[in-house]
Ligand binder design. Structure first.
Ligand SMILES: [Zn+2]
Length: 79
């Protein structure tokens, strides 16, 4: 059996808890950001009438359901 002083054990334990908490927080925020970027890519705002609509087809050109004009999908940077 390995003998470890209680102070070192507490340091290791608290360090592991802090690391795990940070890892969970970072992963949750990263996944939330990916979902937001993905949902923004599905929404297109018409250049003529300003109508915002969802287009899950992922085509580069999509037709506005309000005025019928073709709109380009905006390019988003990110993940
Ligand atoms: Zn329109």
């Amino acid at each position: 059996m390995i003998r470890v002083p209680i102070s070192e054990f507490l340091e290791i334990y608290l360090g592991a808890v802090l690391f795990w908490t940070f890892a969970v927080w970072f992963t949750a925020n990263w996944m939330k950001r990916r979902r937001e970027i993905r949902s923004r890519q599905l929404v297109i705002e018409c250049n003529i009438c300003g109508h915002a609509f969802r287009d899950p087809a992922q085509n580069s050109l999509t037709r506005c359901p309000s005025c019928g004009r073709l709109n380009e999908r905006p390019a988003y940077s990110g993940l």
